[in-house]
Design a protein around this ligand. Sequence first.
Ligand SMILES: [Zn+2]
Length: 89
Amino acid sequence: MPGPALSSEQYVDQLGMVCPICEDTRFVYPTSSYKITGRMEDRFVVDMEGSDLLLLPMQCSECETTWLDNFVLHSYSNLKVKGVEVADA
Ligand SMILES: [Zn+2]
């Protein structure tokens, strides 16, 4: 099988939500198990070279490809308590 159409770098440049194999953007979603339940157990957090990486299972239903989106926790934002914004620390 030939290599992917998009490298990891090209995938990140497009901000994801594109199939690395067929480059389709219409049928790319988190896997159905994640969509249905939305539970944290359906994500996988690993420690990779000292940084916590969140791995979100993805799928392209156009060409039946699956992969993991790898997220690094960056920060939090839009913090609210009972709907009231909390100022930054
Ligand atoms: Zn595809």
